[in-house]
Write a protein that binds this ligand. Structure first.
Ligand SMILES: [Mg+2]
Length: 406
């Protein structure tokens, strides 16, 4: 089979860039897009390049961001606008191929193998896309060009903003191999830690390690990451209708210090529920069962399930039910080491909306949903860190686990 040409296009500082199009007067000011104070505990969803210079980070609180930069301009998110611009971006990509796989709201893979001859190759297509996006939308994109998806993604991260990087079989040793293993797609924090203990620090180290050795240590995932490091990713660019649907969606955290008491547990559960809800919305699905897994300091684990009526894709509804389970099943003073929230029994969102809701309720939910969608961006970023699929090729489920970053 002929070599493929895959592009990964990533809109730079997407939320902040769109906000600056709407508010050109802040073009040279430090700007952060933040969720509503009460609903989101004031979390930074995105920042522009000027704010970045002050050390402001995505997902930190407005409070700490303002401490770093008192003159920081805080703008509320406009999710409808982000969706509109996301569609416009993909409309531009469609000029060059119909094989487009969106990855979150501001990234897409394009398989342009079939249109190389028409436009003069992957780099030429990337240059055209970069120009079209800048001239027509006023946004910048970083684009990776390569022979597989994983390296195309690496390429789009390589030169930001407004850069194009081509990774070929000839230059991969030079560009890809020196990068830390953590920059490779789907390698989570725990895998990174384990690899580093084994002396595997760069993608080059990973490529050189024996696949059998990695399989022994990490199972199937070891084989996958070994192939990725060697540029053997054969994953096709899938249009949305071809993508695998997860049977359940979950997110868990092992905390660096134990949680005690309902307030602490609520704080621990909130980001997990937000992330699961965001994944549900991204897949346009609702869940009718919630599962909560709790582990104590002695690694004793309980797992309980509770119905979600009506089925939901809202973080608040997941959180309420998770807290209910916690109160029922856990004594308040018992320390908690790990929490996992999983949405189960998933079905398509539309069917539920028509049958179960009157208009007013529907509207309320829609508002809540719009609000919650503002955090989808960072949630999807976390997801890219540590997505893991069901083992042994059984029913796929999306589940991430990360350590508390305090
Ligand atoms: Mg981006």
């Amino acid at each position: 089979m002929a070599e493929r040409t895959i592009l990964h296009c990533d809109a730079n500082s997407f939320f902040a860039s769109v906000e600056l199009l709407l508010h050109p007067e802040y073009k040279d000011a430090p700007v952060a897009v933040c969720g509503s104070e009460e609903e989101r505990r004031g979390i930074v969803l995105a920042k522009n390049a000027v704010a970045k210079k002050y050390g402001i980070e995505t997902a930190e609180t407005v409070y700490s961001a303002k401490k770093k930069c008192p003159q920081l301009v805080i703008l509320p998110p406009h999710y409808d606008q982000y969706v509109k611009y996301s569609r416009e971006l993909n409309r531009i990509y469609e000029r060059y191929t119909d094989r487009i796989e969106p990855f979150g709201i501001d990234e897409s893979w394009l398989d342009v193998t079939g249109s190389r001859r028409l436009f003069g190759g992957g780099l030429a297509i990337a240059e055209r896309i970069r120009g079209d996006v800048k001239n027509e939308l006023g946004l910048t994109v970083s684009i990776g060009v390569s022979f597989n998806k994983v390296f195309a993604k690496l390429g789009s991260d390589y030169k930001k903003p407004d850069g194009i990087t081509e990774i070929t079989r000839e230059n991969m040793g030079q560009i890809v191999h020196p990068l830390p293993v953590g920059t490779l797609l789907f390698i989570g924090r725990r895998t990174i830690e384990a690899l580093e203990k084994m002396g595997i620090k760069t993608i080059g180290d990973l490529a050189a390690a024996g696949p059998l050795f990695l399989e022994k240590r990490f199972g199937k995932h070891g084989v996958t990451i070994s192939r990725y490091a060697r540029g053997e990713d054969e994953g096709p660019v899938l249009v949305p209708s071809e993508q695998d649907r997860a049977k359940s969606i979950g997110s868990g955290v092992t905390f660096s210090s134990d949680l005690v008491g309902e307030e602490a547990v609520e704080r621990g559960l909130m980001p997990l529920c937000e992330e699961v809800a965001a994944q549900l919305r991204y897949q346009n699905r609702v869940a009718s069962t919630l599962s909560l897994t709790v582990r104590d300091e002695f690694l004793r684990t309980i797992s309980r399930q509770i119905p979600l009526t009506p089925p939901t894709d809202l973080a608040k509804a997941l959180l309420d039910r998770a807290l209910e389970l916690y109160r029922l099943e856990w004594s308040p003073q018992k320390p908690i080491r790990m929490l996992t929230v999983t949405a189960m029994n998933l079905c398509e969102a539309e069917a539920e909306q028509i049958t179960l809701f009157d208009e007013e309720q529907h509207e309320k939910r829609q508002k809540r949903r719009d609000l919650e969608k503002t955090v989808d961006e960072i949630r999807s970023k976390y997801g890219k860190d540590a997505l893991s699929y069901g083992q042994n090729g059984t029913a796929p489920s999306v589940r991430r686990h990360r350590r508390d970053e305090n």
